[in-house]
Design a protein around this ligand. Sequence first.
Ligand SMILES: *[C@@H]1O[C@H](CO)[C@@H](O)[C@H](O)[C@H]1NC(C)=O
Ligand SMILES: *[C@@H]1O[C@H](CO)[C@@H](O)[C@H](O)[C@H]1NC(C)=O
Ligand SMILES: *[C@@H]1O[C@H](CO)[C@@H](O)[C@H](O)[C@H]1NC(C)=O
Length: 311
Amino acid sequence: MVCKLRKIRVIASLLSICVAAVFLTSSWNYLRLQKSSYCGCNQCLTDGDPCIRERIISAPKPFLSIKNKITEDIFNWWKRLQGEKRNFTYYNEAVDTVFKVIPPFPDFAEPSPDRCKICAVVGNSANLKGSRYGPLIDFHDIVIRINRGRTKGYEADVGTKTTYHIMYPESATYLENTTRLIMFPFKSSDFLWLMKKLNPGENGAVNSKLIANKNLVTILSPEFMKYVHEAWLGNKGYYPSTGFLTFALSLFLCDEVTVFGFGADSDGNWSHYFERLGNKNLKTGAHPGGYEYDVMVQLDKKKKIRFFKGW
Ligand SMILES: *[C@@H]1O[C@H](CO)[C@@H](O)[C@H](O)[C@H]1NC(C)=O
Ligand SMILES: *[C@@H]1O[C@H](CO)[C@@H](O)[C@H](O)[C@H]1NC(C)=O
Ligand SMILES: *[C@@H]1O[C@H](CO)[C@@H](O)[C@H](O)[C@H]1NC(C)=O
């Protein structure tokens, strides 16, 4: 009897230890999730600073889809970027045409507590020359390159991997069929250009080749461009540069971001690592280049991103 009682007591105390352990674990998990509930990395972009979190969660969907079109107000903002002459009807028809060729919905996962996607955004600045960042860049899960940014011949400084490649018609290069093309449209004809480049040989052209794998093509929404101009640049400059739009987009596609190859080189020249630009005063044209650079440097200071300045 005594024994039994003792046994019961032992069981009871074991039970209470169990209950306590369960309670402690769940509150620990709760506290941990409170601290970092937005992604599975040690430090997620949306943790901490409530302003940055607010700015990120208030964003529109970054990509167009057959269900995510833009309003005429957004169209009117967008059409001034490069002097679009066509109307909203024409724009919508051009968009519909391209969605006959590319997937109707972009294939990107939402952030989640069990995901930790680490990305390298690689700009084309000459400050990459001699940097030997190649292995470090390739170490990232996802490597995002821009415009005519290339790897062949520059592997030691820029790496070999390209997961996403950002471009528009005037900056286009042929991509590997495993690289995702993210097109930034600046006028209605860009959609028609894309459609043609994904349907070579249609008009009897024999030796034209596909610019990218059709199943891996996604188009940035003009609404996202407007959001970046307002929310990240306070409407400074005429509109954001492709480099800055790419950087802002990476904050949505990734949980941790490292930036390479932005800004001038150590002599203050704005040039590309793969070519010398003739005009040294080129600077950044219609884009608020200095301001964009400062935004990234500030985010690095706040430990939100990592920013490698190069050489
Ligand atoms: C839009 O432009 C097309 C020509 O590209 C024209 O036929 C059409 O009437 C215009 N629509 C409106 C609403 O202005
Ligand atoms: C990608 O290209 C390789 C060879 O270059 C080919 O074997 C493969 O079928 C292509 N994949 C797709 C999805 O087009
Ligand atoms: C940077 O610009 C200066 C002055 O125009 C020029 O002398 C120098 O060669 C340039 N450096 C590079 C790496 O292009």
